[in-house]
Write a protein that binds this ligand. Structure first.
Ligand SMILES: [Ca+2]
Ligand SMILES: [Ca+2]
Ligand SMILES: [Ca+2]
Ligand SMILES: [Ca+2]
Length: 405
């Protein structure tokens, strides 16, 4: 933050010596105030991709909502064109032009883009929570306290484009794969495209119902299966054949397995859906024991789905109704109405879920076991953003971030 410079720039503007072109350019002619860090002699005209990715990743890690993310990109663009500037007015530094003398951290901390972004978002989140009607630019202004409060909202279009760029750069996309029961083989893709498998191996058992999850919180999704004949679970920590890393009993026979990080500790654990009573039974550890959550949701005989629909870090539940294409998703692990309710029907296809674009939100899709077609959607509603054929069908789909990329 650099309130002093902005006051200085404001004075220049009032005197007619600078145009309304931009704070960035204005500072170039400002005198040097600090001996430790110089005024910026020039500022890049374009964003640094590494900064885009780091700011985006930091916001996603804090589970900021879309408006707060936009506020961060508006502020970063206005202050530095999303560059980690080792210069600024007085002691202002970094992407957000934060000042050590004003409590934003040491110069070294502020020049750490993750630290700087964390500082911005940590201040922006409570502002947004307390002022739900505010624009992203108003939130940015409350954090930055610029002398030009309207500049953040004016940067909205640019900031939205930069967020789109950041999403392409950032890692963590979930992709698809399938389990082939006849050979107990797994075939996984790292991109939303057809073609050859990126990873293939043999692991499973007769009747296995495939599941996937990050059982050990290393960022990579691996696989496992529920054995419907006896309610046992068998999980692997690597994408290869071999012995179970986890093997335990949870639930009765003939349930529908689900997986998720129900408590946001980074580890995926297991659960099951009882189609006979429309109830989810979820467990927070990979061991035998009682369910930590028992949640009736919807009518009987739905197709259960799970995901982090709202990017708060917790996986929750939902269902797809094959009879009418209705999806109902809930954001908390308790009984109540759907938080997301919409229709997308693909007759004869199986619903799948994943964070296809690495924005932290799980969305939806379909798999056609008759021909290997996948339809993936990046928001809630009807229609595919990604459509491709992988494999020949006749298989059971799985989804995950197989390569932590
Ligand atoms: Ca893992
Ligand atoms: Ca967990
Ligand atoms: Ca969630
Ligand atoms: Ca997503």
């Amino acid at each position: 933050m650099r309130r002093s410079r902005k006051r200085f720039v404001a004075a220049l503007a009032a005197a007619g010596t600078v145009t309304s072109g931009g704070v960035i350019a204005d500072v170039l002619t400002a005198p040097v105030f600090s001996a430790a860090y110089a005024e910026c002699q020039s500022i890049p005209s374009t964003a640094d991709p590494a900064v885009l990715e780091t700011v985006y990743r930091t916001g996603r890690g804090l589970h900021v909502n879309d408006k707060v993310m936009l506020a961060g990109f508006e502020a970063g663009w206005v202050e530095s064109h999303m560059n980690n500037l080792p210069c600024g007015d007085r002691d202002s530094l970094g992407v957000f032009q934060q000042r050590p003398s004003q409590g934003w951290g040491t110069p070294e901390q502020i020049l750490n883009v993750s630290y700087a972004a964390n500082s911005f978002f940590s201040r922006a989140i409570p502002v947004a929570d307390a002022n739900p009607s505010w624009s992203a630019g108003q939130i940015a202004q409350a954090v930055q306290r610029s002398a030009f409060p309207s500049r953040y909202d004016q940067a909205e279009g640019t900031a939205r484009n930069l967020i789109t760029q950041a999403k392409d750069l950032v890692t963590g996309k979930q992709t698809v794969g399938f389990y082939q029961p006849t050979g107990q083989s797994w075939h996984l893709k790292n991109t939303h495209a057809g073609g050859a498998s990126d990873v293939s191996f043999v692991y499973g058992a007769a009747n296995a119902r495939p599941v996937s999850g990050d059982w050990n919180n290393d960022g990579k999704t691996t696989v496992g299966y529920y054995q419907p004949t006896n309610g046992t679970w068998h999980l692997r920590n690597s994408l290869s054949g071999g012995a179970d890393d986890f093997s335990f009993q949870f639930g009765p026979a003939n349930m529908i397995p689900v997986t998720g990080d129900w408590n946001n500790d980074g580890k995926t654990t297991v659960g099951y859906y009882n189609p006979g009573n429309g109830t989810f039974y979820l467990r927070n550890s990979l061991s035998a024991g009682p369910a930590d959550h028992v949640i009736p949701f919807g009518p009987a005989n739905m197709v259960p789905v799970t995901g982090d629909w709202n990017n708060d870090g917790k996986t929750t539940i939902g269902f797809y109704n094959p009879a009418n294409g209705n999806w109902q998703l809930r954001d908390t692990l308790n009984a109540g109405p759907a938080d997301h309710n919409f229709t997308w029907r693909q007759t004869g296809m199986s619903p799948i879920t994943g964070d296809w674009n690495a924005d932290g939100k799980t969305t939806i899709g379909f798999y056609n076991s008759a021909n290997g077609q996948y339809l993936l959607r990046d928001s809630f509603g009807a229609g595919a953003d990604h459509s491709f054929v992988f494999g020949n069908g006749g298989d059971r789909p799985v989804t995950g971030d197989w390569n932590n990329n």
